[in-house]
Write a protein that binds this ligand. Structure first.
Ligand code: ATP
Ligand code: LTN
Length: 334
């Protein structure tokens, strides 16, 4: 608890360009959580280097991601938005937790298996230990809840296991975090392959709408979206392409699938694609305008980066000191 509120922690990697999936499935849903929770949203740049990065690009993307958080409507006064690398407690706690995590547990992580298959020339120890750093992120803030997608559930489970193991040895040190489901964020699928999720690391750029795409690009991608030959707009698993377009429409307009189906009753696929494209372009143009405004507000953004790193550091170090004391590291001399 901080100020009588439960703590919520989440993070996003600054690798690749953010997609409509990241926005509708995560960012957009984070906007109002600060009323109920003390929220920490981290740009997890230390996670990013588990895959080789170009330094200038990483630096730029990390800053852009922080500005995107704000442009998406996450209020930097009410939420703590910061870079992982600015709070050294993340790396320090991760080291400690490494010593309380078993190789066998890490060997079961499916993301490690996927990523090491993808980057066979760089299967580094950091990639293997990635979930331990994620556990440190969460446990440092004594987070009660963590909004994560399905693909990160395994990492949240290992976080809970590590925390429980640590607590069973040293007493109640860590809060055991729960997944946050809240209002279910839409799972957005690729426009080119509606059976796979829209993802920033997809090699086919036509499958994803990027948050910085201009209106023409957005309309073109929707025009080319894969549908089917049923020629009927229904919300059903048998029509994954149409269902995905309806999901996108619903998430942007806050309507239910039934309402959306009614809106498009008797209309053709072409019309549906155009309407969804327009809706998305409207949303993203607003976000882009705000992003470009923030780009010019260098001093304002720098101020947020500095203040929030201090704020996050304060809470994180409190937990770190407690952990260090529990495991027997010598006291600091003041
Ligand atoms: P990568 O391709 O690098 O794995 P990603 O695009 O799948 O990245 P993540 O960085 O793993 O995205 O996820 C960031 C957040 O966005 C998570 O909360 C995740 O659940 C959400 N998210 C990502 N893709 C989608 C999607 N297609 N639909 C809904 N939510 C998504
Ligand atoms: N692994 C996550 C990003 C991430 C995270 C976290 C999410 C790093 N640390 C802590 C929630 C809580 C991802 O790739 N989406």
């Amino acid at each position: 608890m901080i100020d009588d509120k439960k703590v919520l922690f989440s993070g996003m990697q600054a690798t690749g360009n953010l997609t409509l999936g990241n926005y509708l499935g995560a960012l957009k849903n984070w906007v109002n959580l600060a009323d109920e929770y003390q929220c920490f949203y981290c740009v997890v740049d230390e996670h990013s280097i588990t895959v080789r990065q170009d330094p200038a690009t990483l630096r730029k993307r990390a800053r852009n991601l922080l500005m995107l958080y704000i442009a998406a409507g996450i209020d930097p006064e009410k939420n703590c938005l910061y870079y992982q690398s600015h709070v050294s407690a993340h790396a320090e706690l991760a080291w400690i937790l490494n010593c309380y995590t078993y190789m066998g547990e890490m060997n079961r992580m499916t993301q490690f298996k996927d990523k090491s298959a993808k980057h066979a020339d760089n299967i580094n120890v950091g990639l293997f230990a990635y979930p331990v750093l994620m556990a440190a992120d969460i446990l440092l803030f004594q987070a009660d809840v963590v909004p994560v997608g399905k693909d990160q559930m395994q990492h949240l489970e290992i976080t809970r296991d590590i925390a429980e193991r640590f607590n069973s040895i040293y007493g109640d040190v860590f809060t055991i975090p729960e997944p946050y489901f809240g209002k279910a964020g839409a799972r957005i699928m690729s426009l080119q392959d509606p059976l796979h999720k829209m993802s920033k690391s997809d090699e086919n750029p036509n499958g994803s709408i990027y948050l910085m795409d201009d209106k023409d690009t957005i309309m073109r991608k929707f025009k080319r979206a894969v549908t089917d030959s049923e020629a009927c707009i229904r919300y059903s698993d048998e029509q994954p392409g149409i269902r995905n377009l309806l999901d996108i429409y619903c998430a942007c307009n806050d309507v239910t699938p039934d309402e959306a189906v009614k809106t498009f009753e008797g209309k053709g696929y072409g019309e549906l694609k155009m309407a969804v494209g327009e809706t998305v372009a409207d949303r993203l143009t607003g976000l882009q305008t705000e992003f470009h405004r923030l780009e010019k507000e260098k001093a304002f953004i720098d101020g947020i980066i500095k203040e929030n790193a201090e704020k996050a550091g304060y809470f994180a170090n409190k937990t770190l000191r407690k952990v260090q004391r529990k495991i027997g590291f010598p006291d600091r001399i003041r």
